[in-house]
Each structure stands twice: as C-alpha cells, then as structure tokens.
Design a protein. Structure first.
Length: 312
C-alpha cells in the first residue's frame, strides 16, 4: 500500500465575462460528463502553446467524475532495484505518457474539488481552458477559488482596491501562472530569481498620486489582476509556493458608508491536505483513490463550502 500526500482545492464554476452577475444557477454537471463519455477522442484534446490536454469521464461509486491530463513528451525510465539497471520504458502502439488531475463535481454550488497527481499535472487554468474547449456551458466559464469569509465576493464588490501584497518562493516543479499583469511579474521572478523568496507589493497612492480617473483605472486593473492570479491559488500554496496574498479594499457597509477592509486569500481559501492510498496490487483504477480523497475532504468541509458560495 503506497501513500502520497496531496492537496484538495475547491473551485466554483462561474460566468467568465459577467462581472456583475458571475455566479450561475446550479447545473447538473453529470449531464455534461455523460455527453463526454460519447465524445470522440479528437474532440477531447485541447492544445495550448506547446502543451496538449485530454479529458475523460470516469465512473466511481455511481457518479461520473473527470480526469484531465497533460500529454507527456518526455521519455520515462525505470530502475531495477535488485541489480541497479536503468532502462527506458518503451510503449507499444500509439500510446504515450500523461500526468492527470482528478476533478469531482459536487452536488451543490457549481463547485469542483481538484486533486493533482503530480506538480506538473493540469492546474485550474488548464482545466478551465479544457472545459471551455469542450463547451461545458453555453457561455465561457471561469474557475474561481472557493474562498471562505466572503473574501472573493468582497473583492468583486470593492469600490476601490488600494494595495496588494504577494509573497512566494519559485518552484521548478510548478509552472508559473499564465496571463498578463501580476502573472507576468511572477513568471519573470521564477526565471530571474529561482532561489529567492520574492515579495511584490503594489500600492495606489491616495495622496499626491494620479488624478481620480487614473486612480480608478489603476484600481480596476489591479482588481482584475488579483482575480486572475488568485485562480491559481489552489496549486501555489504551501512551503514552495505562495505564503502571503493580501489586499486592502474599500467596501460599502449597510448604512451607505464605506470602510477599508483587508482581504487575506491564503488564510480563507478552502483547501485541505490529504493522504491518498494506492494499492499497486489492486485491480481498481488509481483515480478512485483520488476521488475518495476529494469526497472525504468535501464532506468534512461541506458547511464552509456551502457558506462560501451561498449554497444550501
């Protein structure tokens, strides 16, 4: 029996291009997965830059789940521990290697639980792109991290975003986030300072700074950059990833007044470490161990998850 440690991260499926009303009515994602079972292979492959991804619907405990894999291009090797011989793995036919991420759709709130197989397995951005390539909905979707204490909703409703502080350690095993803005800074830091702890703070001056129009433009741009970067949060937290992600925003209260409030994305993102036990001698598919881990964490975190997305 082999045991590995993993992190289950939760994301909410939302409308990608509706900042006013991003949340959707709950959908029966089992229908999408049932259709995916009948989808030809060629239509289940999505290529982005130099990477290709493929998805497959799989059954476990009476429900359909999703595997999204990054098709590998590197050669794999094995070692004979008795004799110390290193040998290449030679695959027969039209077969290749793949690094997979397991995705389970919860029965409420358009939430998915995600568990990577390896650090190089597809992350939220790749899963989001693949889902859109398969037209999971009649509009473009985005994956938002499920963050407790209404942190994500507060960022959406903020009338102003004054600052953002972000601290992380580059990891060669984890590709930097895609996109522009803050993501560009992170990619540059990864390549330029791979052995450092990097802290980035962006602040919009309240006094002696730009005029009101320029300030508003800068705040909206920063707000969008934070949203984009935080979609990668589930795979970046931990000892080799992000250890600080905080913003200071202005929010209206119930009396029509506005107050400044700090938002802490790391503290309130709903994730959980888990143990995944795989029996190499078992005939059961290995992904079932991942599904069991996601299901258990979702059960343990159900109250927090429902509260975070206002689902019941």
């Amino acid at each position: 029996m082999a045991t590995r440690l993993g992190t289950v991260a939760f994301f909410e499926i939302v409308r990608a291009k509706d900042a006013v009303n991003a949340r959707m009515e709950h959908s029966d994602w089992q229908i999408f997965l049932e259709n995916l079972e009948r989808t030809p292979v060629a239509e289940r492959i999505c290529t982005h830059r130099s990477d290709s991804f493929i998805g497959q619907a799989v059954r476990s405990d009476g429900h359909l789940h999703l595997l999204v894999g990054r098709i590998g291009t590197s050669e794999l090797q094995t070692v004979d521990l008795d004799h110390g011989h290193i040998e290449d793995i030679r695959l027969e036919g039209n077969k290749g290697t793949i690094d997979t991420t397991t995705v389970s759709f919860l029965s409420y709130g358009n939430i998915i639980g995600v568990l990577q197989g390896k650090p190089g397995s597809p992350r939220a951005s790749a899963i989001q792109r693949w889902l859109n390539s398969c037209q999971i909905a009649d509009h473009e979707i985005a994956l938002w991290p499920v963050i407790a204490n209404n942190v994500w909703e507060k960022l959406e409703k903020a009338s102003a975003v004054h600052s953002f502080e972000f601290s992380y350690r580059p990891s060669p095993a984890i590709a930097p986030p895609e996109g522009e803005g803050l993501s560009s800074f992170v990619r540059l830091g990864d390549s330029r300072y791979p052995d450092h702890r990097i802290t980035l703070k962006i602040e919009i001056p309240r006094r002696d700074g730009p005029g009101p129009v320029a300030r508003l433009r800068g705040q909206r741009r920063l707000q969008g950059d934070i949203q984009s970067l935080m979609t990668e949060l589930g795979y970046l937290d931990g000892p080799t990833g992000v250890d600080r992600a905080r913003a200071l925003v202005t929010l209206p209260d119930g009396d029509g007044e506005e107050n400044d409030e700090p938002l802490d994305f790391i503290k309130h993102h709903i994730t959980a470490k888990c143990r995944v036990e795989v029996n190499s001698a078992s005939v059961r598919p290995r992904y079932e161990a991942n599904i069991a881990a996601i299901t258990q964490v979702a059960r343990d975190k159900q109250a927090d998850l429902q509260a975070a997305v206002s689902a019941h």
